[in-house]
Design a protein around this ligand. Structure first.
Ligand SMILES: [Zn+2]
Ligand SMILES: [Zn+2]
Length: 396
């Protein structure tokens, strides 16, 4: 049997356990920094594979180090990253491994990621003797908006790491396909709060008040011109206003209105420019109309930017796994959602890629973060194969 066939058959053997574990994690979702049960399972499995395990990293994160048996002085280390957290969503799927916790659900596929990375650990530990470098498995907590990766990076998990790879299963991307692309692939995600201050008064006497609702209306339309008139049509970006709160009655002009929104961009330059311009436009409009505006920026993850040579490595691994025609590197691979994998990619060269898990027949056709989100588990062995091949390729 060739090495390639051997790898595929080793993965096939692991599939029942990998799927069972993913379903177990799905039944027991844990939110950001509460992944106690999940990380316990991860640590125990990594230990039983003979890895050197460090638990309690960034509160509930786990790191497992596999020392290559054929490593020589100066051997490289590649990191493989998986996220473990669930979301505060009440699951509406009617499946026999439905979430057992009301109001919590694995609605982004991180249960799959965790199980996939553990399968890769099993595959590579079986090949430990021949590995010419080390593999560091990073199981991070709190990807969903709570900065688990940032905290792990701060606690030093990327020290001694030469490259990092990871993947996201995608319910909106066809099963069997792998998307790998150099450059920015996931957008940055910052929030902002605009507290618009006017002067309250009687609704019938607007001339003696400063109406923050009218000011807000101008702001909302003007902010959209940052995308349509100021951003280059060749560099995508998004501004969305997501909340607007103000007023209590039909006959009162309120004193204040609060707006919230988000900015998504694919370069640090666009990100900084847009956030600065949001503030300038909000302040300018408010003051032109006799009011004022306090702008608060809520910094979220930066864009995920893939390194060219790490991308090449993953591309080759993907082609070897699913064939050239199933590997894509067009703009289809990009998404305006964010992922805090960005912090690992900022620390060392890396590649974050996507694996298609969409299958309407199996009900795996709802968007991420939807109460009926699910993945086609047939995507999991593909993900394992690409990660394992890329890691071995890196260490060669
Ligand atoms: Zn998510
Ligand atoms: Zn996710």
């Amino acid at each position: 049997m060739s090495a390639s066939d051997q790898l595929k058959s080793d993965i096939d053997e692991l599939v029942p356990d990998m799927v069972a574990l993913r379903r177990d994690l799905h039944e027991h979702p844990e939110l950001a920094f509460e992944e106690v049960r999940t990380s316990g399972i991860v640590a125990q499995r990594l230990r039983s594979l003979g890895l050197q395990v460090q638990a309690g990293v960034a509160k509930t994160g786990v790191v497992g180090l596999l020392h290559g048996g054929a490593s020589q002085a100066g051997a490289k280390t590649i990191a493989i990253r998986a996220d473990m957290d669930a979301l505060p969503i009440h699951e509406l799927n009617e499946i026999d491994y439905r979430s057992t916790v009301d109001g919590k659900m694995h609605a982004c596929g991180h249960d799959g990621h965790t199980s996939i990375a553990l399968a890769v650990a099993a595959i590579l530990s079986k090949r430990q003797a021949e590995l010419t470098g080390n593999v560091k498995f990073i199981f991070q907590p709190a990807e969903e908006g709570r900065g688990g990766a940032k905290l792990m990076a701060k606690e030093g998990v990327m020290e001694g790491v030469d490259g990092v790879i990871g993947l996201h299963l995608m319910s909106n991307y066809a099963l069997g396909r792998v998307g790998v692309r150099a450059g920015a692939v996931f957008a940055s995600a910052d929030g902002f709060v605009l507290s618009v201050k006017g002067k309250g008064g009687h609704a019938a006497m607007p001339h003696s008040a400063v109406d923050p609702i009218v000011i807000s209306a101008y702001m909302i339309t003007a902010l959209q011109t940052l995308i349509s008139r100021e951003s280059s049509p060749f560099s995508p970006a998004v501004i969305t206003i997501t909340t607007i709160q103000g007023g209590i009655a039909f006959n009162i002009i309120p004193e204040t209105v609060e707006l919230q929104g988000t900015v998504r961009a694919f370069s640090q330059e666009d990100r900084e420019t847009l956030l600065r311009r949001v503030s300038e436009i909000a302040n300018g409009i408010a003051s032109a109309m006799g009011g004022s505006c306090d702008v608060q920026t809520l910094h979220g993850p930066l864009a995920c930017v893939n390194d060219a040579s790490m991308t090449q490595l993953v591309h080759e691994a993907a082609v070897a796994s699913v064939g050239e025609r199933n590997v894509e590197s067009s703009e289809e691979v990009m998404t305006t959602s964010s992922d805090d994998m960005a912090y690992f990619l900022k620390a060392v060269p890396g590649c974050y890629f996507i694996v298609g898990a969409h299958n309407e027949q199996k009900g795996a056709n709802y968007p991420h973060h939807h109460p009926r989100f699910n993945i086609d588990e047939d995507a999991m062995p593909t993900a394992v194969e690409v990660l394992a091949r890329a890691a071995m390729g890196f260490l060669k």
